[in-house]
Write a protein that binds this ligand. Sequence first.
Ligand SMILES: *[C@@H]1O[C@H](CO)[C@@H](O)[C@H](O)[C@H]1NC(C)=O
Ligand SMILES: *[C@@H]1O[C@H](CO)[C@@H](O)[C@H](O)[C@H]1NC(C)=O
Length: 218
Amino acid sequence: MKKTKSSFVMEKLFLWISICVLFFATKTTGQDIQNKNIHCDKWDSIAEEHIEYSQHNDYDYYYRRHTTTRKTYTYTYECTVRNYEIASDRDYYIDKSDKIYKLTIEDSSMNGLPVKLFKHLTNLQTLIVKKTSLQHVDEIKLPKVTQIDLSENEIVSLHENTFAECSKLSEINLSNNNISILQGPFFDSNQEIKILDLSYNKITNIRNIHSMTFMLNL
Ligand SMILES: *[C@@H]1O[C@H](CO)[C@@H](O)[C@H](O)[C@H]1NC(C)=O
Ligand SMILES: *[C@@H]1O[C@H](CO)[C@@H](O)[C@H](O)[C@H]1NC(C)=O
């Protein structure tokens, strides 16, 4: 069948529209990725005890000729973020996420913790969020974290499962906030807690928190 002139024009038009859409799509994606990145103000590698160290000896065919000893270091990092405006529902990414063992976010404005960022921080042990405008804290999912410091914010409320998925937690600092009521199974899944600092809040009511065998610092 012969193509009519108008269908030929339509085809060309369609092609050009596709090219334009593709061009703009690539451009915006690039920009989105840029916006997602959080830059660390301060990268501190490596406290001695955080170096993972493994050694491979190549006892093989070459053994007699030259014994080779290869050493492999896995560096871990401490990252400090300042003066950021953080939105809890945005998907952020920090370079070397899986190697960060300590993250500090301070002097920043935020409407909630950047929970989507946490899924990349698979080896995080210490989380410090200080001197921010944080008011509400949702569930924190950081299975390896042992220390969380949320002091000196404006926290009014915590989700009752805030710490439920942090089973290794041993230290929580919530001091200098605006918490008045602590009610619910907050620390039921946290068998390792040794220090809970709730000083300088406005606590009037603590209920249903059992297994408070740890030190309660009020
Ligand atoms: C908790 O944080 C406050 C304020 O940053 C600090 O003064 C206090 O010593 C901390 N508590 C513990 C148990 O480390
Ligand atoms: C927290 O308490 C301080 C001092 O009472 C008050 O100025 C501030 O507005 C409160 N913040 C919130 C978010 O409730």
